[in-house]
Design a protein around this ligand. Structure first.
Ligand SMILES: CCCCCCCCCCCCC[C@@H](O)CC(=O)SCCNC(=O)CCNC(=O)[C@H](O)C(C)(C)COP(=O)(O)OP(=O)(O)OC[C@H]1O[C@@H](n2cnc3c(N)ncnc32)[C@H](O)[C@@H]1OP(=O)(O)O
Length: 245
């Protein structure tokens, strides 16, 4: 079920500029992006298999995060390159949208789940892990097949439909995990800087987490509506005007 993009002809109802844009990409950039997307698809697939195997063997989510954390940290951190891809112009995506998306994930991985051990067994961690994993397998395989001009319709369909449920579920998982971390952060004062000190600077990680949670209110709808616009453009061929472009 390969799409009609194979011969460079525009797809019915798709983005008619996409094949032309891809042809303009240099062969080095295309080779790099293909390698990057294949590696990321494989990485998130390994993570998915590890999670399913863990649950089948242990019958509980307790200990799941610990068992997959190295793979998760590696591949999610590797995604920082997506900001670089936008900055150097090899993908036609907004730096702002990608920056918010990637930095919120890096924050969740390193400054919340990795750093605050008592929350690693929360059910909410499983919520965001599953949402991220399904999303990323779909997204990176979408990019890979698009670059190879052999995009099966079901992958395109999945890329622009799964997020409708997975995005709110992932965000709920992230917010509940931060919420679960609050008492520990308050009790230990971790990552906080108290006055007096020689630099005369104070920082309270507990309030930083509260502000981060509040920032989902304006930022998440923007990402969600961005994806809805992309969905209309790619699946229904509607022209879309992005505010930050
Ligand atoms: C320091 C503390 C910070 C705290 C911040 C707190 C606020 C956070 C609020 C936000 C919360 C987000 C939470 C999030 O982590 C939750 C989840 O992810 S849950 C799981 C569900 N998630 C999703 O579905 C994610 C959806 N998001 C995305 O897909 C992308 O990340 C996004 C950047 C948002 C959108 O993608 P994009 O605009 O790029 O759309 P397209 O995929 O259609 O791509 C457009 C064109 O670019 C080409 N492209 C892009 N990347 C590549 C690539 N790697 N290789 C090749 N080509 C690429 C793509 O093919 C399109 O090209 P064309 O138009 O020519 O076809």
């Amino acid at each position: 079920m390969a799409s009609s993009e194979e011969d460079g002809a525009p797809e019915a109802g798709g983005d008619r500029e996409a094949p032309r844009r891809r042809r303009r990409l240099g062969s080095l950039a295309t080779a790099w992006l293909t390698f990057y997307n294949v590696a990321m698809t494989a990485g998130w697939l390994v993570l998915a298999i590890a999670m399913v195997r863990f649950y089948m063997e242990k019958g509980t989510h307790r200990g799941l995060y610990k068992s997959i954390q190295k793979t998760l940290k590696f591949f999610q951190t590797f995604a920082l390159l997506e900001i670089v891809h936008c900055l150097i112009g090899i993908v036609p995506t907004s730096v702002l949208v990608t920056g918010v998306q990637v930095s919120s994930r890096i924050f969740m991985v390193w400054l919340v789940t990795h750093s605050i051990k008592p929350i690693q067994n929360e059910e909410s961690v499983v919520l965001f892990l599953v949402s991220w994993t399904v999303t990323e397998i779909t997204r990176y395989s979408f990019y890979t097949f698009s670059l190879l001009n052999h995009l099966p319709y079901f992958i395109k369909w999945a890329r622009y439909n799964f997020f409708i449920i997975l995005y709110p579920v992932g965000v709920a998982g992230e917010l509940l995990t931060i919420y679960a971390a609050l008492p520990y952060v308050k009790k230990t004062g971790m990552f906080s800087i108290r006055l007096p000190n020689k630099y005369n600077v104070s920082f309270d990680y507990y309030y930083f987490l509260l502000i981060t949670m509040a920032s989902y209110i304006p930022l998440f709808p923007q990402l969600y509506f961005h994806m809805l616009r992309q969905r209309r453009k790619v699946l229904h061929g509607e022209a879309v005007v992005e505010k930050d472009e």
